[in-house]
Ligand binder design. Structure first.
Ligand code: MV4
Length: 503
């Protein structure tokens, strides 16, 4: 087993990894940028090294500096967390050359899964259903028009090097396809430095369901069931849960088997996630494979009891998985809300700043994975996620009730947060019924909220009328008291909600 691990990340995920190491008796090396010198991950680690100034390119993305720190500090392995260098095949390659173990898959698995067309080719050979479409990038405009006709509209153009919705265009009619192609290509070029584009059939109202897998260096591959991740806003997940309220046992079993096959197709090692789109008829299609630990891994940990980060470390150290597929059970229900320093009333505009007060929720079934503390200043240079609030309940109804309770206990002042938004989603009838797809937040939730909002003149009128009624009541009660009449007809007010104690 390793005796010292470098954590090449910041924030809650660095803290998460350091906690696992501490419990395993492994020393940790934190790295930090100037604005993070007082951050929680620096405080919790055994050693800490400065990388450079705040910009990620000069700190958390600086491969050679991080390798130098690993050497100097005597770390035998590097945990990359998520984001930054986590899915960088070049970084994985450099570590292989340097003889430093990356707690993650091989650079080759990263390279294959990093290209959407290469991934589609590779998993197709292993019998994994992919979204109907091309397995190769498209060369000419004629080829694009012809292929789209064969597939049938609507279609999606996607960047071969892409992910996360960038370089992606929905095309409903042939008349739009060439302009969409130009836009997809230029977006792909500027985002990924590669303008290769391929075509897929468009899946209407899909759900995003992903399977967590673990693969050791001895050829054992298991899955830890699914996470439902359809609650997204502009391709950013905001709420995840496990199990998915939409997936039945039969589909769950088949998706698990297919995910394991996809992992085997690239000789995958360590923790990974196979993403699927699921259509209204429960047909599921491979979307992509994420070759890293994911933000939402805690919901899987809560329903399976498996510590995914500890398993990652054991796998990287060459140990075999300590359990079989049959021993993995999904118990109860877990939900995660990502709490961001963003203002939901200003279109989720980032709101970095000083956390003046902080009281985190607790009690039965509540987990708060956070990298902040009272007095911490959230830097503007990185992702503004403050914490992940995760709850477990015996069933989905208890998990929702518990999440509402936990959200209502949360106190964060100094910065605006997405907590009020989460409370509203937890009270939304579509969410409560599990009736949602990837369009829910942008197309259903905000639309319904806007419709429910009273037009402002009416709100003002009602507020004015209420205020006038209260004042008259107060004055009449006071004048009666003064005149010696007493409050007289108390019966009139006693049974009106809210009036009993106020006057
Ligand atoms: C799709 C799709 C429908 N049909 N592909 C968006 C991000 C990228 N990872 C894949 N995405 C989609 N690909 C086909 N053929 C719909 C989406 C999509 C989506 C997927 C997952 C989660 C949220 C989403 C929101 C909008 C669109």
């Amino acid at each position: 087993m390793f005796s010292r691990i470098l954590v090449a990340n910041r924030g809650e995920i660095a803290v998460r990894v350091i906690r696992a190491c501490r419990e395993m008796g492994i020393e940790t090396v934190a790295v930090y940028s100037d604005v993070d010198r007082h951050a929680l991950h620096v405080r919790y680690a055994d050693y800490a090294y400065r990388l450079g100034p705040a910009p990620a390119s000069e700190s958390y993305l600086n491969m050679e500096k991080i390798i130098e720190v690993a050497r100097k500090s005597g770390a035998q392995a590097i945990h990359p967390g998520y984001g930054f260098l986590a899915e960088n095949a070049e970084f994985a390659k450099r570590l292989e050359e340097e003889g430093i173990k990356l707690i993650g898959p091989s650079s080759e698995a990263m390279r294959v899964m990093g290209s959407k067309t290469l991934a589609r080719q590779t998993v197709t050979k292993a019998g994994v259903p992919v979204i109907p479409g091309t397995l190769e990038p498209l060369a000419t405009e004629e080829e694009v028009v012809e292929t789209a006709r064969e597939i049938g509209y609507p279609v999606m153009l996607k960047a071969a090097a892409g992910g996360g919705g960038k370089g992606m265009r929905l095309v409903r009619d042939e008349s739009e396809i060439l302009s969409a192609l130009r836009m997809a290509r230029s977006e792909a070029k500027s985002s990924f430095g590669d303008d290769s584009v391929y075509i897929e059939k468009y899946i209407e109202k899909p759900r995003h369901v992903e399977i967590q897998i673990l693969a050791d260096s001895h050829g054992n591959v298991v899955h830890l069931f699914e996470r439902e991740c359809s609650i997204q806003r502009r391709h950013q997940k905001v709420i995840e849960e496990s199990p998915s309220p939409f997936i039945d046992d039969e589909t769950r079993k088949r998706m698990g088997e297919v995910a394991v096959a996809a992992a085997r197709a690239v000789n995958y090692e360590n923790a990974g996630t196979v993403e699927f789109l699921v259509d209204a008829d429960k047909n599921f299609y491979f979307l992509e494979m994420n070759t890293r630990l994911q933000v939402e891994h805690p919901v899987t940990e809560m329903v399976t009891g498996i510590d995914i980060v500890k398993e990652q470390i054991r796998i990287a150290a060459g140990e075999p998985l300590s359990f079989t597929q049959e021993q993995v059970r999904q118990v109860g229900h877990a939900i995660e809300c990502r709490i961001y320093a963003e203002d939901p009333d200003r279109n989720f505009f980032p709101c970095p700043g000083l956390i003046e007060r902080l009281r985190t929720p607790g009690g039965p079934g509540v987990r708060d994975d956070s990298g902040v503390f009272e007095g911490f200043e959230i830097p503007m240079h990185y992702d503004p996620m403050i914490s992940k609030l995760i709850v477990w309940g015996k069933d989905r109804a208890e998990a929702i009730a518990r999440m509402k309770r936990a959200l209502s206990e949360y106190v964060i002042t100094g910065v605006k947060t997405t907590i009020p938004f989460h409370i509203r989603v937890m009270n939304n009838r579509h969410f409560i019924e599990g009736d949602f797809d990837t369009n829910f937040i942008d197309k259903v939730f905000f639309k319904e909220e806007a419709e429910r909002e009273l037009p402002e003149p009416e709100v003002a009128m009602l507020a004015g009328a209420i205020e006038r009624f209260r004042r008259e009541l107060r004055e009449s009660l006071r004048s009666k008291e003064i005149s010696g009449e007493g409050i007289g007809s108390l019966w009139k007010y006693t049974y009106r909600p809210g009036f009993g104690k106020k006057f």
